[in-house]
Design a protein around this ligand. Structure first.
Ligand code: GMT
Length: 376
């Protein structure tokens, strides 16, 4: 089977998930074609002989204040589908990928070379951006025109059904993790450098957008630090990084918090972590948290969106209301202040991550591809 994948190539969760899916499918012998404006981040780490990358070029012209990416993308889809004889197109994140796919399919219908497309909803395409009236009619239309729809959690499926008039079944296919790549390895030398006096290491990974509430991470850490000697590693970059750094400085914590920026070898960092903090305003699944759990890291998170579907309260970590930094820090101190308890939480975290191993989840996509192609 030849599969086209369209995604955002950046560090965002949807792009990471789409890339991991493409890699996993290519490992199983499928031919995978990525169509996007840059090489996806995780694709650049190793060479995969079954994976092709087609760059969408968006020529500029003085008339264009806003170069028409969606038009360029739909044209690229048409060209790749025809020239590479794809069997199915899988678009990740509704905006503008689903509408571009619909457009491409309509063009191809004229020549009899059209193929079906699947849309995977990831989160903010539904919870924040998609229901904005600026985009809503196009989002609703193109989701409904998809030959199949998937969502990454039960919570996101319910949210989509609440916010849009969806006329089709939404299949829930959760995020997955490759435990061969994401597992705890011996990185004691790193730990020694970052926490020379045996401090606990806390980690947050995100794109530092307001929805991630990175200031809450700093606030929670400030409270933990008073009770448990610890260090915090902030991984990623985005609009709220400066505010988080300013807050760390004003709380006198700048030497205990390292803002490491965007990092590609996340599993090495997670290998030395004792706790992962994800206090998001909304989080449809929380791929970064799943990757942490696969590295035996328990989770302190908010209870928003799909987080309760992965974080079992009192077992793999704790859930608190959004913004309740007191509860989050109390729970973190409870886990971190006792060695045996921490070990139990770590064991439960990895056991829970195994429910989302890629071997369990990839076949769900394969089955859906086959059904959609057969029914087209
Ligand atoms: O904000 C992000 O985390 C990026 C965002 C995206 O769409 O690129 O991630 C979403 O998709 C991930 C993969 O399915 C999910 O694990 C994240 O929970 C989801 N983010 C939000 O819902 C905020």
């Amino acid at each position: 089977m030849k599969i086209g994948i369209v995604c955002y190539p950046t560090f965002g969760g949807s792009g990471v998930l789409a890339t991991e899916l493409g890699i996993a499918l290519s490992d199983k012998g499928y031919e995978v074609h990525f169509i996007t404006y840059e090489q996806p981040v995780r694709l650049s780490q190793t060479f995969h002989p079954n994976i092709y990358f087609h760059e969408v070029k968006v020529p500029t012209y003085p008339l264009f204040d806003f170069p028409p990416y969606e038009t360029a993308l739909a044209s690229a889809m048409v060209n790749v589908i025809v020239n590479q004889e794809l069997d199915i197109l899988h678009v990740h994140y509704a905006i503008p990928h689903a509408s571009a796919a619909y457009f491409a399919r309509q063009i191809l219908k004229k020549t009899g070379k059209d193929i079906p497309f699947i849309t995977t909803l990831h989160g903010t395409d539904i919870t924040l951006v998609g229901r904005d009236t600026t985009y809503e009619p196009v989002v609703t239309f193109s989701i409904n025109e998809s030959d199949a729809i998937t969502a990454v959690s039960d919570s996101l499926r319910a949210e989509t059904q609440r916010s849009f008039k969806i006329e089709k079944e939404i299949h829930v296919i959760p995020n997955f993790v490759d435990v061969k790549r994401f597992h705890q390895t011996d990185k004691d030398h790193f730990k020694q450098m970052l926490a020379p006096d045996g401090e606990r290491i806390l980690v947050h990974v995100s794109n530092f957008r307001p929805v991630k509430r990175v200031l809450d991470v700093v606030e929670v850490f400030a409270r933990i630090k008073k009770e448990v000697p610890s260090k915090l590693l902030m991984i990623g970059d985005g609009p709220d990084r400066q505010d988080a750094e300013d807050l760390a400085r004003s709380l006198g914590l700048y030497h205990d918090i390292r803002f490491l920026g965007k990092q590609e070898q996340i599993s090495e960092i997670l290998s030395i972590a004792d706790l992962f903090i994800l206090p998001s305003q909304t989080e449809s699944f929380g791929l970064s948290a799943l990757e942490a759990m696969a590295c035996s890291v328990p989770l302190i998170s908010s209870n928003s969106g799909g987080l309760p579907e992965i974080n079992i309260n009192g077992k793999t970590g704790f859930l608190s209301n959004v913004g309740d930094v007191e509860s989050m820090s109390r729970n973190a101190i409870y886990i971190l202040s006792d060695e045996d308890r921490l070990k139990e939480f770590k064991k439960a975290a990895i056991a829970q991550a195994r429910h989302f191993e890629k071997q369990r989840i990839i076949p769900m996509y394969e089955k859906l591809y086959c059904e959609v192609i057969a029914a087209y």
